[in-house]
Design a protein around this ligand. Structure first.
Ligand SMILES: [Zn+2]
Length: 67
C-alpha cells in the first residue's frame, strides 16, 4: 500500500527549539483558548509535550479554514 504524505502538510508545523529535548523539534498546534478576538493556539513539542510557544489567530473578515 502506498500512503499519501499529503496529510502531514496540513499540520503546518514549524520546528521550534525545545529546552527539554535540547534541539529543534516539530510542534503541533493545540487550541488553548477561544478569545473574543480570535483563537489562542499553543505550540507543543511532539516529543515531550512541552509548550514551546503560542500564537493568536485573529478572527477577521477572512474567516479562514483552520482545520
Ligand atoms: Zn521536547
Amino acid at each position: 500500500m502506498q500512503a499519501h504524505r499529503r496529510q502531514y502538510e496540513d499540520l503546518n508545523a514549524a520546528a521550534l527549539y525545545c529546552n527539554k529535548c535540547r534541539k529543534s523539534m516539530p510542534v503541533r498546534e493545540k487550541l488553548l483558548l477561544v478569545l473574543p478576538q480570535g483563537y489562542l493556539f499553543e505550540y507543543l513539542c511532539v516529543n515531550c509535550g512541552e509548550s514551546l510557544g503560542e500564537k493568536t489567530v485573529r478572527l477577521g473578515k477572512e474567516d479562514r479554514m483552520l482545520f
